[in-house]
Design a protein around this ligand. Sequence first.
Ligand code: ADP
Ligand code: MG
Length: 286
Amino acid sequence: MLELKNISKKYGKVTALKSVSITLGSGIYALLGPNGSGKSTMMNIISGILPPTDGEILYNAQGIRSLGTAYREKIGYMPQYPGMYPSFTVRDFLLYMSELKGLPRGSEGEVDYILRRVELDDCADRKISALSGGMKQRLSLAQAVLGSPEIIILDEPTAGLDPKQRIAVRNFISETASDRTVLWATHIVPDIEGIAREVIILKQGEVTDIAAPEKLIQKMSGKVWRVRVEHNAAEEFRKKYRICSTVPDADGLMLRLLSEGQPCEDAVPLVPTLEDYYLYIFGDIL
Ligand code: ADP
Ligand code: MG
């Protein structure tokens, strides 16, 4: 159990986190917020890399600072911008990381297993400098889950991946998560839809909500509408409502929009999604 108590972080005059208090058990927690909302800052603090300006973090009721390396060893961290030694080969890098993590020397089997899972087994002997962005991303994910740490922190793990790789990574993470704590930062809603146990909404450094995705979607009930408009009337709606999507339709447009009440007489209520909620919460700072 991981407990953040009144965590704040200031970089000079910039307040990146404002008194964040959350408790994480096992399962996947999505940390959802747009760029600049403080996701990476929170992850660096939880990883013990960055000291908070205020507040404390408890792991199983003990302060992480007093736990020191005993805590660090329980963490697998995939940073947003991984720095990996370019002259290492893929396999040597993971063997080196196992060594750093203090894993037993016989962990070569695990390295090979993880390489297969992230679909890098074909380039195990390639130098890191010769990898594509998506491959580096998957290698960084591999080192984070190596040794099955109790807490896995992933900072935008699917950035730069194509749709097929995205799905593979998503499945891999969801299978890895069963009995551990996974914190997954993203601003891409479909990544975590259907697999996150809870979603932590981070808005300008503040946790504004933490709930199961279904609960967040429920909040949108009665607020999502479909409206068919003529081209010349669309601008009016754009000014007045938050538009989720626009689809051309015969000689007009089909709009999916957010409105607290029925926006017009022939508006049809729609089943809300998590993406609607995201737009509802963050639409003003996009
Ligand atoms: P996110 O990961 O959600 O994009 P960050 O945690 O990277 O958000 O950033 C949160 C805020 O803190 C932003 O306003 C960003 O500009 C600022 N920030 C992040 N890192 C630093 C830093 N090292 N020095 C100064 N400001 C920073
Ligand atoms: Mg970030």
